[in-house]
Design a protein around this ligand. Structure first.
Ligand code: NAG
Ligand code: NAG
Ligand code: NAG
Ligand code: NAG
Ligand code: NAG
Length: 458
């Protein structure tokens, strides 16, 4: 994901300048909501979902959380970093997924395909609209539907799987809207043939030994106030029973898709992305508020996990870390649970990071992140640095991150396969698409041939 630069500086920079002027925070009282609404309703939810009859247990153990991880990027810059390495990586490939403790991902995101992010897929919908929600709301589904279907047919095609496979890609992270899985009453997001188009790509990918992560970027009523969470300004998913009910129906849809595929072992479900119950604290150590937000999120994630168990699928659940780090969430799960943490490591908003430092920082940060006993996957990364972006440095920055994520962690997925925004980087040379588009990086000779790493800082 990429949000406006002002909000990002607030979010990730070390000098926090509030970009969003503080509006009064809604005061949540989860305790009373739970007793008046959630407790009864969750029993009903369970009964409402086909094939799933477990009662949802509400989480009340947010206090078990670990410490928030805050990386000081500049602390990883080594004074004498002239030494560089070449490696040959034997990327995992399998027709039966060995689990996230063993898998090493060389991944790419098929972003803004089955969820629209207009800042880097400007051709997806007419330019006067900046998100799917307002577009479909304004023109109606009969008009927005065919336009979106055309985007689904063209932005990614099954033949792209061949291209990615040639470069050693063994993992696809595919974000979707919830509307791909369930037609939620009142939602303006389009429910069409997403699953059919996804199927054509995932069948081809899994036949080639690739692992597929199906992501829910949005959930009913909005998970983070951003376009990607449903629509700008929406965060009604939090503490709302109706949204919770529908979310589990959406999850059922994803699990049905996996179970009806030709190789169900080749899928992971990522049931929420960059959750935040307050935009004022998005991408901060307080992205999900303690304890109410944490309890709500864990209630949902554990319900999803219970659904997987109920179906005896053996599927792994990928939990996005909400920029708080794997250490925070690990103690909230049992060690034997099939949980992998998804962390998003970006340096374009990391204050003070020059492109010449980025490789060294990636090595240090990967090593530091690995200090917790739970598999970690870098679900989003790209090449843009905060200062002095340089086209010539893209190779070392790409190679180093590719190597570091899989050496110390379980690998990652570049964000994103296609990126067609036209804005220039704010510091240094080139346009953002020179640093964010895997397809352009292949064309520019930056992506190394499968398995070969050249000039890594570690
Ligand atoms: C790494 O590979 C590059 C390109 O093939 C080569 O120029 C360089 O000398 C190699 N470096 C080491 C340390 O072997
Ligand atoms: C690469 O890994 C596969 C199993 O993942 C193994 O069968 C193969 O021998 C390995 N190749 C090399 C060159 O190490
Ligand atoms: C939850 O969301 C629904 C649908 O938007 C709304 O009607 C309801 O009032 C919300 N419930 C609470 C407790 O906010
Ligand atoms: C950043 O770019 C400026 C202008 O080209 C240059 O003077 C400076 O040395 C660069 N700094 C680093 C750390 O690369
Ligand atoms: C980007 O930079 C180039 C060259 O510096 C300039 O010609 C172009 O107008 C800029 N594009 C935008 C969208 O700012």
């Amino acid at each position: 994901m990429r949000i406006s630069s002002a909000a990002l500086i607030l979010a990730l920079g070390s000098t926090a300048v509030p970009a969003v002027q503080a509006a009064p925070l809604p005061s949540f009282n989860l305790g009373s909501i739970i007793s008046s609404v959630l407790h009864n309703s969750l029993q009903e939810v369970a009964q409402a979902i086909d094939g799933w009859n477990q009662a949802v247990e509400q989480a009340t153990d947010a206090w078990k959380h670990g410490k928030v991880t805050q990386f000081n990027a500049l602390s990883f810059v080594r004074k004498l970093a002239s030494k560089r390495y070449n490696h040959s990586v034997n990327w995992s490939k399998s027709t039966k997924f060995p689990g996230w403790k063993k898998w090493k991902a060389n991944g790419v995101n098929l972003g803004t395909w089955l969820e629209i992010e207009t800042n880097y897929a400007p051709s997806a919908i007419p330019a006067e609209f900046n998100e799917e929600w307002t577009y479909c709301e304004t023109v109606g589904k009969a008009v927005c539907g065919p336009v979106l279907e055309k985007h689904y047919d063209t932005w990614v095609t099954p033949s792209d799987v061949d291209l990615l496979s040639k470069y050693g890609v063994n993992t696809l992270r595919i974000p979707t809207t919830y509307a791909a899985w369930y037609d939620v009453p009142g939602s303006q997001l389009y429910h069409g043939n997403q699953q059919k188009k996804l199927r054509a790509v995932t069948e081809k990918a899994t036949a080639k030994g690739m692992h597929v992560i199906i992501g829910l970027h949005s959930l009913p009523q909005g998970v983070n106030f951003l376009q990607i969470g449903e629509a700008s300004g929406h965060e009604g998913w939090w503490f709302n029973q109706t949204a919770f009910d529908y979310s589990l129906k959406v999850v059922s849809g994803v699990l049905d898709f996996i179970q009806s595929s030709s190789n169900p072992s080749m899928y992971t479900i990522a049931p929420i992305n960059e959750p935040s119950n307050s935009i004022q604290t998005f991408a901060s150590p307080n992205t999900v508020h303690y304890p109410d937000g944490v309890n709500w999120l864990m209630t949902y994630l554990r319900a999803v996990y219970a659904m997987i168990e109920e179906r005896k699928m053996g599927t792994w659940l990928m939990q996005n870390d909400a920029f708080m780090g794997a250490s925070y969430w690990a103690p909230l799960w049992d060690k034997s649970d099939r949980i992998v943490i998804d962390s998003h490591f970006y340096f374009f908003a990391a204050s003070g990071v020059y492109a010449t430092y980025t490789g060294q920082i990636a090595c240090g940060q990967a090593q530091a992140a690995a200090e917790v006993d739970i598999p970690i996957f870098v679900g989003e990364w790209a090449l843009q640095s905060y200062y002095n972006n340089s086209l010539a440095l893209r190779g070392e920055i790409f190679n180093t991150q590719l190597y570091a994520w899989q050496t110390y962690l379980q690998g990652g997925a570049f964000w994103s396969f296609r990126y067609e925004g036209t804005d220039n980087v704010s510091s240094g040379e080139g346009a953002t698409k020179d640093y964010w588009s895997y397809k352009n990086l292949i064309a520019d000779g930056v992506v190394p041939a499968g398995g070969k790493i050249v000039g890594s800082y570690c």
